[in-house]
Ligand binder design. Structure first.
Ligand code: FNR
Length: 365
């Protein structure tokens, strides 16, 4: 279960939380128009994305410090994802290392999220470890090169990373240990204030590379054979530049409203990005997905799949692995039911024709 500060860390968002509220509200502006007299025996919601087979067009979004929600953290979530055929995108900011998570659910499908470190050797070491541990794609964190202004965290003064949570991928890395002056992977560093300070200040310094540009993606492309998805894209012209620079997929997301507050829903950015990418790469979506019909709406607007963030963390907090499994099974069953009722058998036949805009006439939304 979550205590107050931990709950606020997960549930909270930037500023007045207008963007987070807009993310979920945006789904209420679209209506699904169904078809009649259909065969309901053949629905198959599975798909393959960037070479990874998936039982549903739903992935677990990368979310750091899941051990705030449950002691088994990401390892429990990885097992739940494997049990349900769902792909987990492992955050860069996990308390277990990427190898420990892979060992927890060897049969599962996993992608790794890269925070592009300012230290090239560290970035390349993380990428090489991910590939060796069986991660099948890399998702570059494009939108979090600095943290958003999150009043709930400031009010409680709760900062999990400063306490040494969420840096499991780093303290297990030989290059990071070298940078932090640790003679061995930093197990037990949380209990030793001097080592904790060395680890956290080094992590803070090397976590991200300043001043990245879409064209820098070509460098990342040269470092790994894994498919690369870029997360956090909301502007059509940036999506196009990233695909031109070698991105294999784009993830439309505003980080669940945790970065820049203002009230622009991620869903409203989806169709323009899909149009700009023009079929050259799949477009994934997250921020505000809560129900099976939300998944349907996002797919009809052009997403190939969606990710969920807070819903799996809440499931984890309530029931560990079983809680995440429950979330995924309910979402999957509701989506499959809705897909069938809308008159489809597969995910990739949904189009804008399945939707009508609700709300203000003439605005298109
Ligand atoms: C996140 N998110 C996130 N994103 C990312 O790229 N790297 C990360 O480490 C994290 N960490 C993280 C922690 C917590 C507690 C939350 C709630 C979210 C954002 C996440 O990947 C996703 O974009 C949003 O959570 C999607 O919005 P919903 O589903 O939470 O509305």
């Amino acid at each position: 279960m979550l205590d107050g500060p931990a709950f606020d860390y997960i549930a909270g968002a930037a500023g007045r939380e207008l963007t987070a509220a807009a993310n979920t509200a945006a789904f209420e502006r679209w209506g699904l128009v169904y078809r009649v007299l259909r065969d309901d025996s053949l629905t198959d919601p599975s798909l393959t994305l960037l070479g990874t087979p998936m039982s549903l067009p739903v992935l677990l979004a990368p979310a750091g410090v899941a051990d705030l929600a449950h002691p088994e953290g990401e390892r429990a979530a990885a097992r739940a994802a494997a049990e349900t055929g769902v792909t987990m995108v492992l955050s860069a900011g996990t308390s277990s290392s990427m190898e420990e998570v892979a060992d927890a659910a060897p049969q599962g499908h996993r992608w790794f999220q890269l925070a592009w470190s300012g230290d090239e050797k560290l970035a390349r070491s993380l990428l090489a470890r991910a590939q060796a541990a069986g991660y099948e794609a890399v998702m570059l964190m494009g939108d979090c090169y600095r943290a958003g202004w999150r009043p709930r965290e400031m009010d409680s003064g709760f900062s999990p990373f400063r306490r040494g949570h969420g840096i499991g991928n780093y303290v297990s890395d030989p290059r990071f240990c070298e940078l932090a002056g640790l003679d061995a992977p930093g197990l037990g560093f949380r209990e030793d204030p001097v080592r904790l300070e060395a680890v956290v200040s080094t992590w803070d310094r090397v976590l991200t590379k300043p001043a990245l540009r879409p064209r820098d993606l070509a460098v990342l492309r040269s470092w790994t054979d894994l498919p690369i998805a870029v997360k956090g894209v909301c502007r059509p012209e940036e999506a196009k530049q990233l695909v031109d620079a070698g991105a294999d997929a784009i993830v439309v997301s505003n980080h669940g409203g945790r970065q820049l507050d203002s009230g622009v829903a991620a869903l409203d950015c989806l169709a323009p990005v899909v149009a700009a990418v023009d079929g050259k790469a799949p477009v994934l979506f997250d921020s505000g997905v809560r129900t099976g019909t939300d998944v349907l709406v996002a797919l009809a607007l052009g997403a190939s799949a969606v990710m969920i963030g807070r819903p799996w963390l809440y499931g984890l907090a309530i029931g560990g692995q079983a809680g995440v499994e429950h979330v995924l099974r309910c979402l999957g069953a509701e989506f499959t039911d809705a897909l069938t009722l809308a008159g489809h058998r597969r995910c990739d036949t949904l189009t804008r024709d399945d939707l009508v805009p609700l709300g203000t006439p003439g605005t298109g939304i």
